[in-house]
Design a protein around this ligand. Structure first.
Ligand code: NAD
Length: 296
């Protein structure tokens, strides 16, 4: 009854936390640059000219430059062969001035994504997608954590959301979001259910989630009836509907019913997106600090 009548839902402001993270990083990076004589550097590679990927790469470069990280953007034509891409990656692996290397996904079909991700020096693998980093995450080792799950965890913690002992339901099992998110929740001592496109009774499982993390890429798949009253909902999905950016959960159709159900939610835009970029900046600086043997 309480949840049907009272709107108490909190919006988890990822944009505000990301701003705080960026201002701390700006000060630390300036300090390191003065002390060690060089800035951190992120190299980003894009093959082809997919407009969304082009926007992502440019915004990553801009975010770096705003806080004193050097960015080095490589725009390669769609016709680039796998061997040519591998040659560039080898060159960046060996370049001492480069800390982080990121290949923007998806790559064209004639290039094997797994071969490319494995070719990046795993110490410079700022996206945490190299098999070594994936394995280390699964064995609770010291590794580079993929930016989106890392950003979500930081946001939940900064919002004071208790994770240990909770039932976290993660929808999606990609290496980029779903799987590492589930691992991070396990590391935080949540009980975890992972759902995906073959899951039979999705509403039954989502209704168990005290923390519900939705990373599908399909608007309107999750509605208010599928949310446990009082749940914390993380809406990772990015979809364009009528030229408007919406998530998988919190969109114009179902807003008021969701507001009556969830205790807290991430908005789209302004939730997970800015935290992903902030985590990319953090990862780049962490790699720099390891390589320069900096202790701050
Ligand atoms: P993906 O396509 O690799 O994975 C989607 C997952 O959804 C799959 O594991 C699939 O099994 C699952 N799925 C699909 N249909 C389903 C269904 N009917 N029921 C249950 N599960 C279903 O995508 P991804 O890279 O993991 O990204 C997911 C979404 O998150 C996308 O919208 C992407 O744009 C967004 N994303 C946002 C950010 C951000 O910074 N905000 C970062 C990364 C990804």
């Amino acid at each position: 009854m309480h949840f049907q009548t009272k709107n108490t839902m909190r919006i988890m402001n990822g944009a505000a936390l990301a701003r705080k993270i960026r201002s701390v990083l700006t000060i630390e990076i300036e300090f390191c640059k003065n002390k060690y004589g060089r800035s951190p550097k992120l190299s980003v590679i894009l093959v082809g000219n997919d407009p969304a990927s082009m926007t992502y790469v440019k915004s990553k470069g801009k975010a770096c430059n705003e806080i004193g990280i050097e960015s080095d953007l490589h725009f390669l034509p769609f016709s680039t062969s796998q061997d040519e891409l591998l040659a560039l990656i080898r060159q960046l692996n060996e370049d001492d001035s480069v800390d982080g290397i990121l290949v923007q996904l998806p790559v064209p079909k004639h290039i094997d994504k797994n071969v490319i991700l494995s070719a990046i020096d795993y110490h410079k693998d700022v996206d945490g997608l190299h098999p070594m980093n994936v394995g280390l995450l699964n064995t609770a080792g010291d590794c580079i954590i993929p930016c989106t799950p890392k950003g979500i965890l930081s946001l939940l913690k900064s919002e004071g959301i208790e994770i240990a002992g909770k039932h976290a339901v993660v929808i999606g099992r990609s290496n980029l979001v779903g799987k590492p998110m589930a691992q991070l929740m396990l590391r935080e001592n949540a009980s975890v259910t992972v759902c995906h496109s073959k899951t039979r009774d999705l509403p039954y499982l989502t209704r168990q989630g005290e923390i519900l993390i939705v990373a599908i890429g399909c608007p309107n798949l999750i509605n208010a009836d599928m949310i446990k009253p009082g749940a914390v909902v993380v809406d990772v999905g990015i979809n364009s509907v009528d030229n408007k950016l919406v998530g998988d959960v919190y969109n114009s159709i179902d807003v008021s019913s969701i507001e009556k159900k969830a205790a807290a939610i991430t908005p789209v835009p302004g939730g997970v997106g800015p935290m992903t970029i902030a985590s990319l900046l953090e990862n780049t600086f962490e790699i720099y600090k390891r390589r320069m043997k900096v202790a701050l």
